[in-house]
Design a protein around this ligand. Structure first.
Ligand SMILES: C[S@@+](CC[C@H](N)C(=O)[O-])C[C@H]1O[C@@H](n2cnc3c(N)ncnc32)[C@H](O)[C@@H]1O
Length: 185
């Protein structure tokens, strides 16, 4: 979702460490790798080997592979791989476009992974989560994520939900977590 890229670009600087928690076909990973530059690093995970391969191929073609650590694992285990501090994490939920639609993200694993990222998020850092309520299980996952983000301490975080108001048929929505650094975003 383009608006998630605009928000992430507003906080990530060259040399930063960032996360793509669902790399899929690699488009968000490419975007993040371009943002962090040669001194920065992207940790990108996907539960499917085919997604890791697709992302690896695209990054190699673009000469960006050296900026990315690709991990074929569930993001529920993100804390095993996370650096001490990250400035942003992106979650694009649901299934792999062009892949197996039965393999999707799930509320419990997604919120576990968000929790891991929140613990390493630098003040002023952002997490974006695009949720798709239109596929089986997607509505439940969206509610699960919303319930989790709604209870975060307002003294430490701002959390938002951005909805389309001109799209039909259960459009995606964007959740955002911002770790406060003394001032609002
Ligand atoms: C909508 S796609 C991501 C698209 C991707 N961000 C891009 O730019 O192409 C969702 C991805 O989440 C992956 N996924 C599902 N469950 C996962 C989990 N527990 N941990 C990590 N990735 C998971 C799927 O395999 C799929 O590739």
């Amino acid at each position: 979702m383009a608006i998630s890229h605009h928000l992430v670009a507003s906080v990530v600087q060259k040399g930063d460490m960032v996360v793509d928690a669902t790399c899929g076909n690699g488009y968000d990973t490419i975007f993040l790798a371009q943002l962090v530059g040669d001194e920065g690093s992207v940790l990108a995970l996907d539960i499917q080997a085919v997604a890791i391969e697709n992302t690896h191929t695209r990054l190699t073609e673009l000469g960006l592979i050296h900026r990315v650590q690709l991990i074929n694992a569930s993001h529920a285990y993100l804390d095993e791989y996370l650096p001490n501090q990250i400035s942003a994490a992106m979650f694009n939920l649901g299934y792999l476009p062009g892949g197996n639609h039965q393999i999707t993200t799930s509320g419990p694993e997604t919120t576990t992974a968000i929790e891991h990222c929140i613990k390493r998020l630098r003040p002023g850092g952002l997490i974006t989560i695009v949720a798709y309520p239109g596929h089986p299980g997607g509505r439940e996952e969206k509610k699960y994520v919303k319930d989790f983000l709604s209870q975060l301490d307002q003294k430490e975080y701002e959390t938002w939900q951005l909805n389309f108001i001109n799209q039909r048929n259960q459009p995606p929505c964007l959740f955002v977590v911002s770790k406060l650094d003394g001032g609002a975003l």
